[in-house]
Design a protein around this ligand. Structure first.
Ligand code: ADP
Ligand code: MG
Length: 188
């Protein structure tokens, strides 16, 4: 019992990883068993860590698939997965795995982008948002106008990336800007 799914979503720099780390620090204080997973695809930081843009860090297990997550999760009370959209080569498998863990009584906390750089939903996140007991959508600050940002603008040489670019390209401030709906420039 007590199984549930919590989704933390929003655009890049909205504080998803910070929020995940904050919740997991509380889990640690509560002395509950937990595992934190981070995708092997996320090469921005050291292996075996989740790290936020503001510099907070927590130990994590670096994995590539839901199968690996399930193998490591065992009977942990809390299972956290950061950057869930990076596991999107098999969205249905991610959704099934999260459901299975929650059905068995785990508190599952996932964080990830709700939208890709074309402002289209990531399939696994889209499904988990509908299935979750708790959803928190966070906002960054639009670098153009200072409003709340909901979009991740991918730039190549300062111009919006074309619509036919690969959906997943891991990068930071050099490649992505947080923008509001009005300042976001759609990929063409
Ligand atoms: P996410 O996981 O959602 O990408 P992080 O938790 O890693 O976000 O980082 C959030 C931090 O990013 C903020 O606390 C702030 O220090 C920094 N940051 C950089 N650019 C922005 C921006 N445009 N709006 C808000 N925060 C930003
Ligand atoms: Mg993050």
């Amino acid at each position: 019992d007590g199984g549930r799914i919590e989704v933390i979503c929003g655009c890049m720099y909205s504080g998803k990883t910070e929020e995940l780390i904050r919740r997991m620090r509380q889990v640690r204080i509560a002395r509950q068993s937990y595992r934190i997973f981070t995708p092997r695809m996320d090469t921005r930081y050291a292996e075996g860590q989740v790290a936020s843009h503001s510099g907070s860090r927590l130990e994590a297990i670096t994995v590539a698939t839901m199968r690996e997550i399930l193998a490591h999760a065992q009977d942990a009370h809390v299972v956290a997965i950061d950057e869930l959209h990076l596991f999107d080569d098999d969205p249905a498998e991610m959704v099934r795995g999260c459901q299975w863990l929650a059905d068995r009584g785990a508190r599952v906390i996932v964080a990830g982008l709700d939208l890709n750089y074309r402002a289209e939903p990531f399939p696994a996140m889209m499904h988990l948002l509908a299935l979750a007991e708790q959803v928190d959508k966070l906002y960054a600050i639009c670098v153009k106008c200072g409003a709340y940002a909901t979009r991740s603008q991918r730039l190549i040489d300062g111009k919006p990336a074309p619509a036919n670019a690969p959906t997943i390209v891991v990068g930071g401030l050099d490649m992505y800007e947080a923008r509001c709906r009005a300042c976001y420039e759609p990929a063409v």
